[in-house]
Design a protein around this ligand. Structure first.
Ligand code: NCD
Length: 373
């Protein structure tokens, strides 16, 4: 992987870009190459067992997951390897107080590659700083979810035949929905895409995402408070669940949970060629009656997830075949008070206090992208 604009300043570790922490860790051409390899695997033009037999993937899941963990597991098995790991923090040494940093140092001795999901934002970056094998972010809090983005890009490419010149409606929890954040970052690098943001006021897209994607000249985006009004113009409708587990105030969740529900009546005004996507799990934001509509692509989307993860694992390990990344040199660690975000990994375990260079008069935490105190 080559250094990218968004992360090139982050040279804490010279091999940082052997990891996938954010969708922009991959350039557009690297992203396209992974999607191309996934397509070759789907079309059986590429023998996936070319990976060294017995390769081990560790899935460290500190947060619930069905699709993501199982698709990583299915992917490594199809590649001729094995999966090990845990699916809840309670069954690992985390329950004894072990840090992500220590867990990952230990797991690096057993596995060739790590996929980590964690409720604290930036935890995969801490993992990458301590691992001697490549680390894949399988979702960190409300921050980022780059492998879901690869899944989404492959789905759009297969269903619509292109990743540019699209009008994409993003509907639901745009504040905490990490899949939306990552998809916007990735899709905004393709030309002439228009985004229609459909969210309650309280769950609008965070400013830092708007700043990150606004730098791309051919991008346009608008806000719409009504799904009915937005739907006739869309090529892709990306529905999301209201992220209950990220709310501090349950009353607010209850008030917002039924904000947008896609049903057959609303779909009647949608273009014939529009596709409906959802990272799943769904709660009630898509009525079951929609499932039978050929435009409903969300279960096809799930299958694409396995193939992109196969392609990603293959790509990261190909560049890293018999090579172990050096472990981090000793550095100055700091706990707490790094940024304003209580969900940042820096709030709960020591990190190296680095931040992004100031942009738009704001300094941001390199781990979670929140404003620095
Ligand atoms: C998403 C996630 O975990 O962010 N699920 C997934 O990985 N497919 C979406 C969600 O939980 O709402």
């Amino acid at each position: 992987m080559h250094a990218k604009k968004t992360r090139s300043h982050f040279s804490l570790h010279k091999n940082m870009n052997q990891h996938l922490l954010d969708p922009t860790d991959l350039s557009v051409s690297e992203t396209d190459a992974i999607l191309g390899l996934a397509m070759q695997m789907i079309n059986r033009e590429f023998d996936p067992s070319r990976l060294r037999q017995g390769t081990k993937l560790a899935t460290l899941f500190y947060e619930p997951s069905t699709r993501t963990r199982l698709s990583f597991t299915a992917a490594i098995i199809e590649l001729g390897g094995h999966a090990l790991g845990f699916s809840e923090a309670g069954s690992s040494s985390v329950s004894k107080g072990e840090t992500v940093a220590d867990t990952v140092r230990v797991v690096s001795k057993f596995a060739d590659i790590i996929a980590i999901r964690h409720p604290q934002e930036g935890a995969p970056m801490v993992a990458a700083l301590h691992a001697s094998v490549p680390v894949i972010n399988a979702g960190d809090g409300g921050h980022s979810h780059p492998t879901q983005t690869l899944t989404d890009l492959l789905t759009i490419k297969r269903e619509k035949g292109r990743l540019d010149n699209l009008t994409v409606g993003l509907c639901g929890d745009l504040k905490y929905g990490r899949t939306v954040h990552s998809l916007l970052k990735a899709l905004s690098r393709y030309k002439n895409n228009r985004f229609v943001l459909i969210a309650p006021d309280e769950l609008r897209l965070p400013d830092y995402i708007i700043h990150a994607v606004n730098d791309h000249p051919s991008l346009s985006f608008s806000e719409q408070s009504s799904l009915e009004a937005a739907i006739p113009d869309l090529d892709v409708l990306y529905m999301t669940r209201i992220q209950k587990e990220r709310f501090d105030d349950e009353a607010q969740y209850i008030r917002l949970k039924d904000s947008f529900i896609l049903d057959a009546a609303k779909l009647a005004n949608a273009p014939k060629q529009m596709i409906i996507m959802h990272p799943l799990p769904r709660v009630n934001e898509i009525a079951p009656e929609v499932d039978a509509d050929p435009r409903a692509a969300y279960f096809r989307q799930v299958e694409n997830g396995k193939y992109v993860r196969m392609a990603l694992i293959h790509t990261l390990l190909k560049h890293n075949a018999d090579y172990r990344l050096p472990e981090m040199p000793p550095a100055t660690w700091q706990t707490g008070n790094l940024c304003k975000n209580p969900r940042c990994i820096s709030a709960v375990e020591p990190v190296i206090p680095y931040n992004h260079p100031a942009e738009h008069n704001t300094r941001r935490c390199v781990y979670c992208d929140a404003e620095i105190l």
